[in-house]
Design a protein around this ligand. Structure first.
Ligand code: ATP
Length: 219
C-alpha cells in the first residue's frame, strides 16, 4: 500500500478509529459500515470514507469494512504492534500526573524514562518510572533509543531543554509548555497548551452556548 502523505486532521482521527475497531473486534464483529462507524466515533461518514481513501480502497460497496483487515491495517499504520518508549522531561505537577497516567489505555506507548534538574527527584523512581539527572539525558536517550519526548519543564527552560533534546537526537517533542519552541525542520513538535484549550472551550461556551457540536475529532 502506498505511503501517501495524509492530512494532519486525518492522522488525528486514526487512533479514534483504531480504538473503536478494537472494541468491535473484541466483541466478535466481523464487519462494520461507515454509517455505524460514523455514529460510534462521531465523525461524519463522508469524512470517514475520505480518510480511508487516503489508504486505498479498504471497503466494499454494500458490505462495509472488514473489521479484522481494517484493524490490522491501522495497527501497522499507527505502529501499534511495537512499543514506543517515550521520555518525560520535568517531573513537576504535570510531569508527575503524566508519569502516573502513563498512557495505560494503549499498549504501544509508555514513558520509560524521566529527567529532572532537581537533585531531590533525580535518581528516584516515580510511578514506576526511573528519573535521571539532566546530565545523563543524552546518554540515556541514546541507549534507550528514545525518539520522542514530553516537555513539562517551566516556560523559561523550555527552549534550552528542547535544544538539548534535539542535540540528543530526539525526533518528536510533545510540548506541554505554552511557548512555541524552535527546532530544526527534521524535528516535529506537537503543542498541547492545556490552559489555552480550556480558555477556548470557555470562549465557545460563552459565545455560542452548547449548540456547537463537538469538533475535537473533526477539526
Ligand atoms: P508544573 O505544574 O508546570 O508541572 P511545577 O510547578 O510543579 O510544574 P515547575 O517549576 O513548572 O514545577 O517545574 C517542573 C519540573 O521541571 C520541576 O520538577 C523542575 O525541577 C523541572 N525543571 C526545571 N528546569 C528544568 C531544566 N532546565 N531541565 C529539566 N528539568 C527542569
Amino acid at each position: 500500500m502506498a505511503e501517501a502523505k495524509i492530512p494532519k486532521a486525518t492522522a488525528k482521527r486514526l487512533p479514534i478509529y483504531y480504538r473503536y475497531l478494537n472494541i468491535l473486534f473484541n466483541a466478535g464483529k466481523q464487519r462494520v459500515s461507515s454509517t455505524e462507524l460514523s455514529e460510534a466515533v462521531q465523525v461524519d461518514s463522508a469524512t470517514i470514507r475520505r480518510d480511508f481513501s487516503y489508504f486505498g480502497a479498504l471497503g466494499k460497496r454494500g458490505y462495509g469494512y472488514d473489521v479484522e483487515n481494517l484493524l490490522n491495517f491501522f495497527k501497522k499504520t499507527l505502529n501499534q504492534d511495537r512499543l514506543t518508549n517515550v521520555a518525560l522531561i520535568g517531573v513537576g505537577n504535570l510531569g508527575h500526573a503524566l508519569l502516573n497516567y502513563n498512557f495505560r489505555q494503549t499498549n504501544s506507548v509508555r514513558i520509560s524514562a524521566a529527567f529532572d534538574i532537581n537533585e531531590a527527584i533525580a535518581n528516584t523512581i516515580q510511578s514506576g518510572v526511573p528519573v535521571y539527572p539532566m546530565a545523563e539525558m543524552k546518554e540515556q536517550l541514546q541507549i534507550q533509543q528514545v525518539d520522542v519526548a514530553i516537555l513539562t519543564v517551566p516556560i523559561e527552560d523550555a527552549q534550552i531543554v528542547a535544544d538539548e533534546l534535539v542535540d540528543a537526537g530526539v525526533k518528536g517533542i510533545m510540548n506541554f509548555t505554552p511557548i512555541r519552541v524552535s527546532v530544526p525542520a527534521t524535528v516535529r513538535v506537537q503543542n498541547v497548551d492545556l490552559a489555552n484549550e480550556l480558555q477556548t472551550l470557555i470562549y465557545f461556551l460563552d459565545h455560542y452556548g452548547s449548540e456547537t457540536t463537538n469538533n475535537s475529532a473533526t477539526e
